[in-house]
Design a protein around this ligand. Sequence first.
Ligand SMILES: *Cc1c(COP(=O)(O)O)cnc(C)c1O
Length: 437
Amino acid sequence: MHRILSAPEIARFENDFGRESVKGAVERVLDRVRASGESPPFEDLVKSAAGELERAARQRLGPAINATGIVVHTNLGRAPLAAEAIEALARVARGYSNLEYDVERGKRGSRYAHLAGAIAEACGADDALVVNNGAAAVLLVLDTFAKGREVVVARSQLVEIGGGFRVPDVLERSGAKLVEVGTTNRVYVEDFERALTPRTALILRTHPSNYRIEGFTHEPHPKELAALGRRAGVLVAEDLGTGALDSLSRYGAEPERTVAEAIADGAGLVTFSGDKLLGGPQAGIIAGRSQLTARLRANPLLRALRVDKMTLAALGATFQLHRESPERLPIYRMLAATLDELRRRGENYVRAIATASIEETTGYIGGGTSPAQALPSVAIAVTAGAADRLAARLRAATPPIVARIEGGRVLLDLRTIAPEEDAMVIAALRNVTRSSY
Ligand SMILES: *Cc1c(COP(=O)(O)O)cnc(C)c1O
């Protein structure tokens, strides 16, 4: 045991895991060997223990390098936080905070009070509320307003976002009855009007986040739906999902519907995620009219969906950056990078790696947000042995590098690799391309 622990291949894990955990892994290997009745040479024992520790290191939650070109990648943790957001969350995490304490009056305060004003202002709404994620925001709206009543949704918008979030299922679980209107491709305001009954709680619009219906299509303008809602006394809510404060047109992307537009079009409540195009932490935001948000605040379910102080701190800093200097938000920096900048970075790769070349490629805004939204980009194409083996080796690097395989080659999209990560990626590429021959 002692000899194995002091072997350099094993000792190097102590920094990361601590001595006790490393010892535990070695013990497991020794137990297995004893049970098998074999007596392998010392080097084999070290190798098995190192393999065990490497696997454990890969399974642990930790940083990864996103070379997929998909800017908001749900499996890779969505939006990276801005430095200011990380500082803000570290400040409140380190000690106590005024999370639920009104310092001025010396009394209990509300965790929802700190940010409501700033978010509402950014959205052009009266008020706003923060919950755990976008799905929780939708659930709270449905539970508050639609339990045991009817919700009218266009057939074309009965979406599945991914990760098990399906509008019809969420509706059912919240105790609401779904009323579908229109056909897959065409729905008119008259369809909604005919579906209204005294049991109607709300008209729900959802953002077609991850698909597109093209061709012979029709949808009522959101303003028409809002007018219908006002006439009939029915709440119109919009699940935007994406939560863009900016239309993205300045990045050469198709204009994205913004939260402020949805509010201005007359939606009573708008729900969206904190970690998609907002570029903040995981959160669900509900913005809208204050008589409606007051009812959300009074719902006991809110207690189960409440957000943590670190989330609120990071979200606050993110909203402030949107106002002051959005280019400091990592996802906007990525979106703003020009092809020339990416090509210039690519040249460092090509100089260092014999089998690498620079290629034009297409990245995506991605996530549950606008996956179909293409972004012209620049990739490093690597051909060294079988592409799937090379990609697996890149994933085994520390930190793991997640790349794309296209046409039998491994592509690393430079848009989603931070410039600070270039040196690390180049080193890993040199390493894996050298050893793959
Ligand atoms: C992403 C998304 C959700 C879910 O939000 P989470 O923050 O992932 O919980 C809900 N609705 C739409 C339209 C979305 O795009």
